[in-house]
Design a protein around this ligand. Structure first.
Ligand code: UDP
Length: 243
């Protein structure tokens, strides 16, 4: 049974119908997290529904643009936390920098205590540094919190040999190593995140958020039970492809 999981939810996945937040999607995430009672959960939330530093306006320097992006992830964290409350789910929003009285500054001990009490720790604000992505902080928090696995809930349902939207011949990968992803620069997850998980020896799993019960099924798959179709990434394994 999975004991502790870090789950990365992209900002884009939270949006819908031209709005920053799609409550149908968010409520489904809350329902699934509630069903995972017993697993210690730390969420990492992205900010792509508001802003991505690298696609910001040309008059903004990259560092400033990334700061705007990081604050977008804080807005997402606060929204998720309040919406989760309506499901009876307790959570704590943690950031790597002070956001006044809105959030708690991340500490490993406080995060572990909260998860131990059954609260979900929502990591917002990324790493606190520009030029990183929220995938990176997911890998970092998973290493620091000694999570069994880091789960990446994406719009794309796994790692492919090439971008499936551009290359119809792209094959979906069932199992792969970090080394291979880094060497081949496969794009599904940030390469900096892959390097951190390789170093820490943490497993990763990439899957599509839009599949039914995908978070629950992804967590079950890490425990060796039937799985949602996604990609497991580890330090060493036999490579395997979907046919
Ligand atoms: N960001 C950053 N440092 C971090 C994490 C995020 O500067 O450690 C900024 C960056 O501009 C990024 C934005 O916050 O584009 C939103 O994060 P991300 O792109 O990872 O969100 P997602 O694509 O997962 O929604």
């Amino acid at each position: 049974m999975l004991k502790r999981a870090v789950i990365k939810i992209s900002g884009e996945a939270l949006s819908g119908n031209g709005e920053a937040f799609d409550d149908v999607v968010i409520d489904d995430i809350a329902r699934q997290l509630k069903e995972l009672a017993g697993v210690e959960i730390s969420l990492v939330v992205g900010g792509g529904n508001f802003w991505r530093g690298r696609t910001g306006k040309s008059f903004l320097n990259r560092a400033r643009s990334d700061q705007i992006g990081m604050l977008g992830t804080v807005m997402n964290g606060l929204y998720l936390s309040e919406r989760f409350r309506t499901f009876g789910l307790k959570s704590m929003v943690m950031t790597p920098f002070q956001v006044g009285v809105f959030t708690w500054v991340f500490s490993k001990d406080a995060a572990l205590d909260a998860m131990n009490r059954g609260e979900i720790v929502i990591n917002a604000g990324g790493t606190g540094h520009p030029y990183f992505s929220t995938d990176t902080i997911a890998a970092l928090r998973a290493a620091e919190l000694e999570a069994d696995c880091v789960f990446y809930a994406k719009n794309i349902d796994g790692v492919y040999t090439a971008d499936p939207r551009k290359s119809p011949e792209a094959k979906k990968i069932r199992r792969i190593t970090y080394q291979r992803i880094i060497e081949e620069c496969l794009q599904a997850v940030d390469i900096a995140a892959m390097n951190i998980s390789l170093e820490a020896g943490t497993d990763s799993f990439v899957f599509g958020l839009n599949e039914t019960d995908s978070i629950i099924r992804a967590c079950q798959s890490a425990a060796g039970e039937p799985t949602v179709s996604g990609t497991k990434i580890s330090v060493s394994c036999e490579e395997e492809y979907y046919v």
